[in-house]
Design a protein. Sequence first.
Length: 86
Amino acid sequence: MNQYTVKIAFWLRAYDSFTVKADSDEQAIEMAKEVAKSEIEKSSQPEEIILDDRREGLIAYIDRIEPGPRKEIAEAVPFDGDRIHP
């Protein structure tokens, strides 16, 4: 019987916040969109990460464990539906 290493990948919900100043609600929405685009690219720790709700699972790879290097038998295998956008 063969042994296999299975690596899964998933998303976690995270939150961050920032402040914008605007003359109207509509302007605040547009400014928030622009600032959010740059904030999402940051690599710093977010304010909050929800660890009890994993989302959009994917098997990143399955490797057969053999003598010598591992042999990949599959990658990017969906096993979980899109729970963010059902």
